[in-house]
Ligand binder design. Structure first.
Ligand SMILES: [Zn+2]
Length: 93
């Protein structure tokens, strides 16, 4: 949870810096509104990197936790002695 908050803060800082940088450039007349809608190479790479990072994060979060499974494929609790689905003996000792 703390890591997620840190990532959100980091993402917010990145967005704020990009916005500030673009606003600064715009105010100095180095680019026009039309340029802001177009992605430069660093901007495109940054966006692609963010997209990949987001995809990885979503993939990791969407992956179900690793649970023990019975031979029949049913999910079981670690301390179960019998499978509730097929009734096979799960006692390892
Ligand atoms: Zn089973």
């Amino acid at each position: 949870m703390k890591r997620l908050t840190g990532m959100l803060v980091f993402g917010g800082v990145v967005v704020a810096v990009v916005l500030a940088y673009n606003t600064w450039l715009f105010c100095w007349g180095r680019c026009t509104l039309e340029n802001l809608t177009r992605l430069s190479l660093p901007g495109g790479l940054l966006l692609a990197g963010n997209g990949i990072a987001l995809a990885v994060l979503l993939f990791l979060k969407a992956r179900p936790p690793v649970l023990p499974r019975c031979r029949c494929g049913a999910f079981i609790e670690a301390d179960w002695r019998f499978c509730g689905h097929c009734g096979s003996n799960l006692d390892k000792s």
